[in-house]
Design a protein around this ligand. Structure first.
Ligand code: UDP
Ligand code: MG
Length: 322
């Protein structure tokens, strides 16, 4: 039977969370009284997560598992979950219980009332450092400036999305994935639902600063060309600086002051820095273009568990393409 709800849970080394997450999700989903599936995507975990998921799928028919051949990242794991999900609505939720499953029935209610995406908006964030909160806040502001107001603030990937919207996002083949932006890009009827983000149930974040920055860069570069235009403004600025310097040099020469010599190396350093910065920006976009052109699969599936025999094959939408 086709489930009404598919809950997609990306998991990377979550052995301390899996059972608790499964328990709470099951309580919530079973309480809603409609067919559902819990779709765990094991993103190349190196701890006991894979075995625990297999055991879960052996004893709970609602559980389906997709094992990646290696770690492909959170956004790829969620994308795989959407590829394999067959529900009319897809819920995306982290495995660490930072996003409380108890919010899902309210999301479902709003969906029944006509919303096509209900995205969780973080009212508060427990257990996250000041730096993370502060950088997140400013990043979302910057993104809205660069990419437009359609990008909701304080919003992660925790959401419920209608099949229609999921199919649109699935059809977007880009590798530099910034799913929350891709959902916003899709349009449709989107409504926020405020919730308090909890602290991690156990373990540590798998989003170190480097991964955070990469996600942020994907967010900016997948949705805005504005950084590329920075070269124009830098160029104009340097033309202006050059003109002013020339003028000062001329005056200084005429008046016999001869004091401008020191300023030149400084100007040269600043100019060289700006040029390299502009080249870096072009390079960052180019690297993304290269990534897309290669057209490699987004993720590689090693095995699946709990699907009906015909589903065990890769679904047509899966991005393991030749
Ligand atoms: N995750 C993943 N692959 C990764 C990193 C994280 O599937 O390479 C999963 C992780 O198991 C969790 C979710 O993505 O379910 C969010 O990760 P995490 O809680 O570490 O990030 P944070 O909430 O600290 O931003
Ligand atoms: Mg987390």
């Amino acid at each position: 039977m086709r489930p009404v709800f598919s809950v997609v849970v990306p998991c990377y080394n979550e052995e301390d969370c899996i059972l608790a997450t499964h328990g709470r999700l099951t309580a919530v989903m079973a309480g809603m009284g409609e067919p559902y599936e819990l779709l765990f995507v094991n993103d190349g975990s190196r701890d006991a997560t894979p075995q625990m998921l297999d055991e879960l799928s052996a004893r709970d028919p609602m559980v389906k598992v997709v094992h990646f051949a290696r770690n492909a990242g959170h956004q790829a794991a969620v994308s795989a979950g959407m590829d394999y999900a067959s529900g009319e609505a897809v819920v995306i939720i982290d495995a660490d219980l930072q996003d409380p499953p108890e919010v899902i029935p309210e999301m479902a209610r709003l969906w029944r009332e006509g919303a096509q995406v209900v995205y969780g908006k973080r009212k508060s964030r427990a257990g996250e450092g000041l730096l993370k909160k502060w950088t997140a806040k400013w990043f979302y502001r910057l993104l809205r400036k660069l990419a437009g107001d359609a990008f909701p603030e304080d919003t992660g990937d925790f959401r419920l999305a209608d099949r229609k919207v999921v199919d649109v996002v699935k059809a977007m083949p880009e590798h530099a994935r910034y799913l929350r932006g891709m959902f916003a890009w899709a349009g449709f009827q989107q409504v926020p639902l405020e919730y308090d983000r909890e602290a991690r149930f156990a373990g540590e974040t798998h989003y170190p600063l480097k991964k955070m920055l990469r996600l942020a860069a994907n967010g900016v570069m997948s949705f805005s060309e504005k950084p590329l235009h920075l070269a124009l403004w830098l160029g104009l600025l340097w033309l202006l600086a050059g003109g002013v310097t020339l003028l000062i040099l001329l005056v200084s020469e005429l008046m016999g002051w001869g004091t401008m010599r020191l300023g030149l190396p400084v100007l040269v350093c600043l100019a060289a820095g700006s040029i390299l910065l502009a080249i870096w920006i072009v390079g960052a976009y180019l690297a993304r273009v290269y990534e897309e052109v290669k057209g490699r699969p987004l993720y590689v599936v090693a095995a699946t568990r709990g699907f009906e025999p015909k589903e065990t094959r890769l679904p047509p939408g899966a991005r393991v393409r030749s």
